[in-house]
Design a protein around this ligand. Structure first.
Ligand code: PMP
Length: 459
């Protein structure tokens, strides 16, 4: 898929025309008003132009919708205003270096970092000293995999992971393979799941690490991580989990899951970009790690570099909010997601769910749509900010490797849409999608010879 995000946002004036073409949503007077009053929304949608359009949907309501509607919460999320507020003083007033504690500035920064460490630990049911701050999940995953491999190379040179992992897990594994390690990549079933028994069968005396993600970033499938944790514990093998898409959305308890290392990233749950953490078990067992970065010896010598105090404060605040609001938010977001899925099933023939029907993230819906070309469909939807797969893969023209690993045909893998719903989505937005998307699919299918002479689709 081409990287559609920027170009689609860049076409906002055309988007409005398309909205008018679509007929029912924006009449001429509304379009004119939006055109005249279209104004930048500070801090929203990466600072790009947004237009507020008073819409008449389902009989002329007056709800305000902001376009494009953001449905790409797996790629990133809006920083919660409460998080931003907590961060701001650490840029402007309390800007000390947390390692330079001979004065009040440094002490304040250190105290703020300590408080955030507790907030992160509380969300994961971990000890605060088991939390290392990083610049995000890519760094956490690299540190976990390469750092453990380096520290335990005397034990053996075998690692186990899964075909549907994020590139920031598969990349370090490939790097190790080039250095002579053997990597077992486990296949998944049609729902994207791996079984604990598969992990157990793949273990060897020389296995030093198993890395299995908790929730998939494309299809939202949850892995049976606690069962995999029990297997690894039984065989005395370390378990790392990339929990980047799960933390802040569903309960993540490192004791219950029996993981030894776990990666997370603030920007996936309404924290700021460029900050994350690695949970690293210090007891039973004590996990050893060779650092990737050498230098000033911050973070118990394991991650040198001046700490990003405002970012870390933001991560801590995002964890605190998630802990307090997760149960209610997950139920609300899942209800919106279910409304979207049911509505699409009612309106769009030849639509297939990708991922597990129940063992999935509350905000994830991934569907393949027969007889349309995925990129053409995305281009026809300028009013929606959503993606056809992982943000990291949208620059490649290949069908999603995750969907391919789940056995989807190239054709259906290519015609997939990933909806990522989050904290700020509303029912009005979902209802807009249910008006707009089926209409565009119908238009594209009218142009498709395959649709005219269709036979049931090979799934
Ligand atoms: N793992 C998963 C599952 C992800 O979805 C992402 C972000 N796309 C990452 C790791 C990388 O996170 P970061 O952007 O913090 O490096």
């Amino acid at each position: 898929m081409a990287n559609t995000g920027a170009s689609r946002v860049g076409h906002i004036p055309i988007n409005l025309a398309l909205l008018r073409d679509a007929g029912t949503l924006v009449d001429d007077s509304l379009l004119d008003a939006a055109g005249r009053s279209g104004r930048q929304q500070p801090g929203q949608n990466l600072g790009l132009l947004c237009y507020n359009v008073t819409k008449g949907i389902r009989g002329g309501g007056n709800d305000m919708l902001t376009f494009p509607i953001y449905l790409d919460h797996h790629a990133t999320t809006r920083t919660d205003p409460r998080v931003l507020e907590a961060m701001l003083p650490y840029f402007t007033e309390q800007y000390g270096n947390a390692s330079s504690v001979n004065h009040a500035f440094g002490e304040q920064a250190q105290a703020a970092v300590d408080a955030a460490r507790h907030q992160v630990a509380l969300l994961l049911n971990a000890h605060h000293r088991d939390i290392l701050f990083t610049c995000g999940a890519t760094e956490s995953n690299n540190t976990a995999i390469k750092g453990v491999a380096e520290a335990y190379r005397h034990k053996g040179r075998h690692l186990i992971t899964v075909a549907t992992e994020h590139p920031s897990v598969l990349g370090p594994c490939e790097h190790l393979e080039r250095q002579g390690w053997t990597i077992t990549i486990l296949p998944v079933d049609e729902f994207g799941r791996v079984a604990a028994a598969q992990v157990e069968d793949a273990l060897r005396p020389e296995t030093v690490l198993v890395s299995v993600m908790l929730a998939n970033n494309e299809v939202g499938t949850l892995q049976p991580l606690a069962e995999i944790g029990a297997v690894c514990k039984k065989h005395n093998v370390l378990l790392h989990s990339d929990a980047t898409q799960a933390v802040g959305k569903i309960p993540v308890d490192v004791q219950q899951l029996q993981v030894d290392l776990l990666s997370l990233s603030a920007h996936k749950f309404h924290g700021p970009k460029g900050v994350g953490a690695l949970y690293l078990r210090r007891k039973e067992p004590r996990v050893r790690l060779e650092p990737l970065l050498h230098g000033g010896g911050q973070e118990r010598q394991l991650r040198s570099g001046t700490l990003n105090t405002p970012g870390i404060v933001g991560l801590g605040k995002a964890c605190e909010i998630a802990r307090e609001e997760m149960a209610e938010e997950a139920a609300r977001v899942a209800a919106l997601r279910d409304r979207l899925y049911r509505g699409l099933l009612d309106r769009v023939p030849d639509l297939y769910l990708n991922g597990h029907p129940t063992e999935r993230l509350p905000g994830n819906l991934n569907v393949s749509i027969g007889y349309v070309q995925g990129e053409a469909l995305l281009l026809s939807l300028p009013s929606l900010a959503l993606s056809s797969g992982a943000a990291c893969a949208t620059k490649s023209n290949e069908p999603s490797p995750v969907l391919r690993a789940m056995g989807r045909s190239d054709e259906l893998a290519d015609a997939s849409l990933r909806f990522g719903l989050g904290r700020f989505n509303t029912q009005e937005e979902i209802d807009f999608v249910l008006e707009e998307l089926p209409k565009q699919i119908e238009k594209l299918r009218l142009l498709s010879a395959a649709w005219q002479g269709r036979t049931p689709h090979p799934v």
